[in-house]
Design a protein around this ligand. Structure first.
Ligand code: KG4
Ligand code: ZN
Length: 332
């Protein structure tokens, strides 16, 4: 089974070739032009995808013995994401599938993040509890089997990745903020400043991250630029710790109530070194199996889309040629 994966939901154009569970290629072109604007500019994202997608697809066949005709199915992200960006990938995938006379498989990007774990851990078994943390989503999902999900917790406002990105903007560190804060925080003291760990009164199972950016904004305003510069590593470490702390508390609280002893991390924020460290440590302490994807498969990539496509193909699920992109596609 050779699956061609296509991902273009946000600011990464990615093409992957997956031979069963083996990733033959996973090409990721990150659009650097957004850095200058401090966030993704949707129109620019679509144009960059258009510029790159065909060349990247041809590149995916350069360093192996496969040819485009060997592809058994074309899997592509159909949502959630930016409408224009999604349309570039989806239209291109339709054209390819049609000309190759092979099935088109429209993939849910959120499901892709979860399934990314099977790329590194082919022996991972259902059911498991998944913490999905990305730039657009924060949720704890009980994954009973492929395609059967129960959302047990979610953020009522900002996503965890957004909390990183917004803080980085306030601190003038650049975009995307997560990897930058992660790196700077390595030499900082997480106990330097206590950022709030928000609780959602009426929905105690859920997260809220929007108060964090207000807290860091007020701190920066009150203390001034030179203080921030002097204590940057400590501020980043403390801020990062506040995010990781609420995530780990909730996940380890919820796992006590469900019938699994497996925790799986997914999404861009799962690349965070502190998050991986804290979760690994606590899982060991509690005798829980912990899984996370390699860094390359945490952030947006087409290998995870191809892997989800493979699972859908095995379950006889494919898409009609007239499917549309769905910017606000939900997991369930
Ligand atoms: O999964 P992803 O690539 O795209 C979405 O589906 O949203 O996640 C992107 C998010 C961004 O907010 C980025 O800042 C965050 O993941 N991120 C990180 C790290 N690497 C990426 N956050 C914290 N630490 C990291 N090392
Ligand atoms: Zn993503």
């Amino acid at each position: 089974m050779l699956i061609l994966g296509i991902e273009s939901s946000c600011d990464e154009t990615s093409i992957a070739l997956l031979n069963n569970n083996e990733v033959v290629e996973n090409i990721i072109a990150s659009q650097v032009l957004h850095k200058e604007y401090g966030g993704v500019v949707p129109e620019f994202a679509s144009r960059e995808h258009m510029k790159n997608i065909q060349k990247l697809t041809l590149d995916a066949f350069k360093n192996n013995s496969y040819e485009l005709q060997d592809v058994d199915a074309v899997a592509v992200t159909r949502g959630p994401g930016l409408m224009g960006a999604l349309l570039v990938g989806l239209s291109f995938a339709k054209g390819l599938a049609y000309s190759l006379k092979k099935p088109l498989i429209g993939v849910n990007h959120i499901e892709g993040h979860i399934m990314a774990n099977f790329l590194d851990h082919s022996a991972l078994e259902f059911p498991f509890l998944c913490l999905l943390v990305s730039g657009g989503h924060t949720m704890i999902v009980y994954v009973k089997k492929f395609g059967e999900y129960e959302i047990l917790s979610r953020s009522i406002d900002d996503a965890a990745g957004e909390a990183f990105d917004k803080a980085a903007r306030i601190l003038n560190l650049g975009y995307p903020g997560g990897p930058i804060i992660d790196k700077i925080a390595k030499s900082g003291d997480p106990k330097f400043h206590h950022f709030p760990r928000a609780k959602v009164k009426k929905e105690p199972q859920n997260f809220s991250f929007s108060g964090l950016k207000t807290a860091i904004l007020y701190l920066v305003k009150a203390k001034g630029e030179s203080w921030v510069k002097e204590n940057l590593a400590d501020i980043c470490a403390s801020y990062q710790d506040a995010i990781v702390d609420v995530l780990q508390k909730k996940v380890f609280e919820i796992i006590g109530d469900i019938d699994t002893s497996r925790i799986v991390l997914a999404g861009g924020v799962a690349a965070n070194s502190r998050l991986r460290e804290v979760f690994s440590h606590k899982a060991k302490e509690k005798n829980i199996d912990i899984y996370f994807p390699s860094i390359e498969y945490c952030t947006d990539n087409a290998a995870m889309i191809a892997r989800t496509g493979l699972e859908m193909y095995k379950n006889n699920i494919s898409s009609e040629m007239n499917i549309s992109a769905i910017p606000n596609l939900q997991l369930i």
